[in-house]
Design a protein around this ligand. Structure first.
Ligand SMILES: Nc1ncnc2c1ncn2[C@@H]1O[C@H](COP(=O)(O)OP(=O)(O)OP(=O)(O)O)[C@@H](O)[C@H]1O
Ligand SMILES: [Mg+2]
Length: 238
């Protein structure tokens, strides 16, 4: 699905990611690492918001991603749920989901009224996340867990093949944490999406997937396809 070969990233003359090699299939991956280890930076490399100083990225849609056009195609298959959610406060729930339609194939549709078909598609995404009854509410009136579910609906509206979620449960209580993690897992398994979720909690990571990737100071210290043990956890956090 996506392959990173010897990717390094420098920001403000500091090396943030060192020689990252990853080969990700159509599966779920939990991305662990201490605060500042480079999780967000890595997700931003994968969705091409940050340009590495060296290395290559291959995707199954375009092969090696080399041109702006390749990046556009890659992005059209990729959806991101950002660390700070990024909903648009003046829009209602349904309108926020419809923001997901901006992509390479319909960039100008954004300025046209939403068609009935588009609205129906957005409503079915809201149904999938259990929020259809709130579709006309302003997003400002939602709880943290509900906002996160709108962000998930917006992401799946794009019908992504690759879903990146950056700490989607960092501000949620245990009940909503479970709800969001179960929802992400079910959606990704059912839709056969490659999903990478950055998390702080190893227990959540283990429940989410057998595939665990971990970063420490910008380097991969774990890339396992079987459940992790205490020794692995020490490698990440000690
Ligand atoms: N734009 C930037 N310019 C300079 N340094 C940056 C920039 N963005 C991130 N960094 C640095 O890169 C390192 C990794 O940051 P990153 O946000 O990727 O970590 P993280 O693992 O996502 O942390 P957290 O768990 O707190 O979200 C940090 O030391 C951070 O200070
Ligand atoms: Mg982060």
């Amino acid at each position: 699905m996506i392959k990173l070969k010897k990717i390094s990233v420098k920001l403000n003359s500091k090396i943030i990611l060192h020689d990252i090699n990853l080969d990700l299939k159509k599966q779920q991956y939990a991305l662990l690492g201490k605060s500042g280890s480079g999780k967000t930076t890595l997700l931003n490399v994968i969705n091409f918001l940050i340009k590495p100083i060296s290395g290559k990225i291959y995707s199954s849609f375009v092969g090696e991603i080399k041109s702006n056009n390749d990046v556009c195609i890659h992005r059209s298959y990729t959806a991101t749920i950002f660390q700070n959610i990024n909903l648009i406060p003046r829009l209602n729930v349904l309108e926020n989901v419809l923001v997901g339609k901006i992509n390479r194939f319909s960039p100008f549709n954004f300025f046209l009224p939403n068609s009935r078909n588009e609205k129906e598609k957005a409503l079915s995404c809201l149904e999938e996340v259990g929020l259809i009854s709130k579709s006309l509410e302003n997003v400002r009136s939602l709880s943290g867990g509900e906002k996160q579910r709108v962000a998930i609906a917006r992401a799946i509206y794009k019908k992504p093949k690759l879903l990146l979620a950056d700490e989607p449960v960092s501000n949620l209580d245990p009940k909503n944490t479970k709800l969001i993690m179960d929802l992400l897992k079910t959606l990704c398994v059912n839709k056969k999406i490659c999903c990478i979720v950055a998390l702080h909690n190893p227990d959540l990571a283990i429940k989410f997937s057998r595939n665990i990737i971990a970063l420490k100071k910008g380097k991969i210290v774990l890339d396992k396809k079987s459940s992790i043990n205490k020794k692995d956890i020490d490698k990440i956090y000690v």
